[in-house]
Design a protein around this ligand. Sequence first.
Ligand SMILES: Nc1ncnc2c1ncn2[C@@H]1O[C@H](COP(=O)(O)OP(=O)(O)OP(=O)(O)O)[C@@H](O)[C@H]1O
Ligand SMILES: [Mg+2]
Length: 260
Amino acid sequence: MPLSFSGMKKEFKKNSFTGFHNDVLDEIFALILFLFSPEKKKVKVPFRGFLLSGKPACGKTEMIKQVALKAAKHLKDKEINVKFQLVDANSIASHKWGEAEKRLKNIFEGPKAKTKHDKDSIYHTDEKNKLIILFDDIDCLFFDRDSSLSKEWTYSINQILFHQLDKLDNSEKIVIATSNKLELLDKALESRLLDYSIPDFSQNQLLVIMEKKIPKNLPGRNELISNIKTALESNPDANVRDLENLINRFYVKLIKNQQL
Ligand SMILES: Nc1ncnc2c1ncn2[C@@H]1O[C@H](COP(=O)(O)OP(=O)(O)OP(=O)(O)O)[C@@H](O)[C@H]1O
Ligand SMILES: [Mg+2]
């Protein structure tokens, strides 16, 4: 079910979010604003969606959540309602024949409108109601039709997605996808989306991110930060999640020693 602005605020608002990768975030934000703002409809942009690729934990999903929240906040002032639908393997995959296809179609079109009342449906989009659809880790859903992993249903849901993307009204709906395994993606899908390669965080950026995540009054905070620096020195490939694990281990130690 799509999240409303208040739902996004509740789930996505983070004091620990840093402005890293802001160049990409700003571009996506500007395009969303352009497409969703009614006064800016003079030029039709032949745009189907974005594809963000990069190594695990480089901040792809987080960036899109923040951009959606920012766009929803901005457009609320113009009385435009922006909703956010995250789609992952759980939302689509099904053993039941035809069910995955139906679910995917519903995400774009909403369940078939049976009554006039359905116009109020959470899926309904128009000049005042917009939807950002995030296909998170899209390679888990729409992998290459030529790949040996490919099953019949992948073939048919790929077709549905291509069809939906081709007829998408980008003044009402925007599709954004993320992937850390671009090589698994169907080339026909990749070519329909505007791609951004998201770099890894630098060691300094990682340190800033982790420092923001650690409460100021945590017992042993300095020791933990020094552990993080050591971990970064010994493993230059460490990412946010590796360091989060280190923080969690520190929490476990504090709890065990009854220091929390
Ligand atoms: N700019 C940022 N500032 C602070 N924390 C961030 C930032 N970007 C990402 N994070 C944090 O880093 C972690 C990993 O980010 P995220 O889940 O967005 O990575 P990802 O690139 O989508 O990874 P994957 O490819 O595995 O899906 C999360 O805990 C997230 O909150
Ligand atoms: Mg992700």
